[in-house]
Structure formats: structure tokens, C-alpha cells
Design a protein around this ligand. Structure first.
Ligand code: ZN
Length: 140
């Protein structure tokens, strides 16, 4: 378990320092800003949606490592997904960071996102981890 925890920490640090899909998307069909006043995290999501599928997704923003890593992992995870698929992942992710554990099925479904499970132990950071997710929910 501690090996897994270390791996998860490395993943968060890596995504926090080198966010994937970072930058403005010029052909976005929709963009949405989110702000977490508790920590000062800011995120803007850019989506290109076609026939109900998220074809491209990028983000810009600044904030703590958890908020940036979470936004980065979100963009990796949601490319090619539909709105119902997003909602399913959103619910599982929300459960993960607020309750701290999930069924094996859901953990598998979340893949790398399971790295944020540890956030559950730090209630003040839950808003950092979910900022991009709530922003995405508003965007769709
Ligand atoms: Zn934060």
C-alpha cells in the first residue's frame, strides 16, 4: 500500500509540475472558468464538443499542485468521452475524494485519477481536487 501511495504522490507531483493539455484551445466551442477562493486556485477549461463527444479539451490556470494535477488528469481522462460518461466518472471521482474509497470496479474505471484518493484525508483540499470537475460540469 505504501508503494502505491508513493506512486500516486509522484503522479500528482508530475502532473502538478508538468500539466498535460495546458494552454488555450483556439477552436474551443465552449470555455468555462472556475475559482476556488479557499486556496486561490484558478482554472479555465476549453472544450471542443462535436456530436456530444468531447473531441478536444485543454485548460489554463494557476494554483496548488493538487488543483493543477487534478485538472491535468481530468483533461487526459475526458478526451473522447460523452456527457453521460463524464457524469459517471464525476460521481465516482467525487465519491473517491469525499469518502476515500470505492469499489474495485469504480477504482479501475478511474485509472490514474485514483491517485487523488489521498485528498480525502485533507478535507480542506477537496475543493482543490474537485475545482476542475465542477467547472467541467458547468461547461457541459
Ligand atoms: Zn488548491
Amino acid at each position: 500500500m505504501s508503494d502505491l501511495r508513493e506512486l500516486y504522490q509522484e503522479l500528482i507531483i508530475d502532473h502538478g509540475r508538468h500539466p498535460r493539455n495546458f494552454g488555450k484551445l483556439n477552436d474551443a466551442t465552449c470555455h468555462k472558468e472556475g475559482y476556488n477562493p479557499l486556496c486561490g486556485d484558478k482554472v479555465t477549461l476549453y472544450l471542443l464538443e462535436k456530436n456530444g463527444v468531447v473531441e478536444k479539451i485543454q485548460f489554463e490556470g494557476s494554483g496548488c499542485a493538487i488543483s493543477m494535477a487534478s485538472a491535468s488528469l481530468l483533461t487526459e481522462c475526458l478526451k473522447g468521452k460523452t456527457k453521460p460518461e463524464f457524469e459517471e466518472i464525476f460521481n465516482a471521482f467525487h465519491q473517491l475524494v469525499t469518502i476515500g474509497n470505492l469499489s474495485e470496479d469504480l477504482t479501475l474505471k478511474l485509472g490514474k485519477l485514483a491517485a487523488l484518493a489521498g485528498v480525502f484525508e485533507y478535507p480542506a483540499r477537496v475543493k482543490c481536487a474537485t475545482l476542475a470537475w465542477h467547472t467541467m460540469k458547468e461547461a457541459l
